[in-house]
Design a protein around this ligand. Structure first.
Ligand code: MG
Ligand code: ZN
Length: 336
């Protein structure tokens, strides 16, 4: 179907002759249509409205290279032609090799030839079109769309380094989750190998971020200030051990509060993305609770469950299941 709209120059001339016998008006419009965008679509739709049959004159790869340089086109001519052929407003496509379409216009002799507002009435095609009583139609300027701008944006986006993170749960992952709702440094006991594992992770280029549900505050078991003091102590203790924690995010709410930050809700991760510009698909979450895994899956993180049994009524599974933080961080660093 699509390919049947794409014609060689000889073939298109035959088709045009037949159409003209049927008194159809022929509209032509040329361009490279590299990385098709809405501006192209609007122009093509406007071109189609100028007559019965729209023929797109597509610059070949050779033609595009000769006026835009060796790095263009991004999309090769066969693909560009097929993409155009999928558009309802395009009736035929023919490819030309020269820099401008004068030669093919000489053969087609269109009723109307469309040109972009940036070229204007006195475009290079005018003479040949008017020679055969054709008219030039200037398309409305569709500002705000440009392939070059798209390419700039894309290359900017990919020239920046990717910021990756490891999101660590706190209770049960970094420290033993006992007693329940612990909030005193005296009760804070690190899990086996946590310190050495975190030291290794600190040397990597991953941001290290703790995300922790602390509903003990919402439940009234301890105060926000207790949590802040505990975290202050934790950070300075770890710093002495040459461990870098880039940020701790906590949810202080009661489950009944229906906040947007209590795991497996995604609020804490979203804040971290805002604060650090993290690319989640290159990042990890490690935790000992199904909530950590659901959260991770929800936001496209790679997930590591710490524990013996992963029980859930859901179909969701962690990417990895390990016994302790050491194993988890080994997997992360090996994947780096
Ligand atoms: Mg936990
Ligand atoms: Zn919350």
């Amino acid at each position: 179907m699509r390919k049947s709209k794409i014609k060689g120059q000889k073939e298109i001339v035959g088709i045009v002759q037949a159409l003209k016998k049927q008194r159809k008006s022929i509209v032509t419009y040329n361009g490279s249509f590299d990385l098709l965008h809405l501006g192209h679509i609007k122009s093509l739709e406007e071109a189609k409205k100028q007559g019965d049959v729209l023929i797109v004159l597509l610059n070949s790869d050779k033609s595009v290279r000769s006026y835009k340089g060796a790095h263009r086109p991004i999309v090769l001519q066969n693909e560009r032609a097929q993409t155009l052929a999928a558009l309802e407003c395009v009736d035929y496509i023919t490819i030309f090799n020269e820099i401008n379409p004068k030669k093919i216009l000489e053969k087609i002799k269109p009723t109307i030839h469309c040109a972009g507002a940036d070229w204007g009435k006195n475009c290079i095609e005018r003479e040949v079109v008017e020679k055969y009583k054709g008219k030039i139609h200037i398309l409305r300027w569709t500002q705000g769309y440009s392939t070059t701008e798209l390419i700039k944006k894309t290359s900017n986006a990919y020239s920046k380094p990717v910021i990756k993170a490891v999101f660590l749960d706190r209770d049960g992952t970094i420290n033993i989750n006992q007693p329940e709702y612990l909030h005193k440094k005296e009760d804070f006991k690190f899990t086996p190998f946590a310190i050495s594992a975190l030291q290794k992770l600190s040397k990597s280029n991953y941001k290290i971020i703790i995300t922790t549900n602390q509903s003990g505050i919402g439940r009234g078991y301890f105060k926000l200030n207790d949590l802040k003091k505990l975290h202050q102590w934790l950070l300075s203790y770890l710093k002495k051990k040459k461990i870098r924690i880039d940020r701790i995010y906590y949810c202080p709410h009661h489950p009944k509060d229906k906040c947007s930050c209590r795991k497996p809700k995604t609020g804490m991760i979203e804040r971290a993305v805002k604060d650090f510009g993290i690319n989640l698909s290159k990042s990890w979450i490690v935790g000992d609770d199904i909530k950590d895994i659901i959260l991770g899956r929800e936001v496209n993180l790679k997930t590591i469950f710490i524990g013996k049994k992963f029980k859930s009524g859901l179909k969701i599974r962690p990417h990895y299941q390990v016994r302790d933080l050491k194993k988890a961080i080994k997997i992360i660093l090996q994947s780096n």
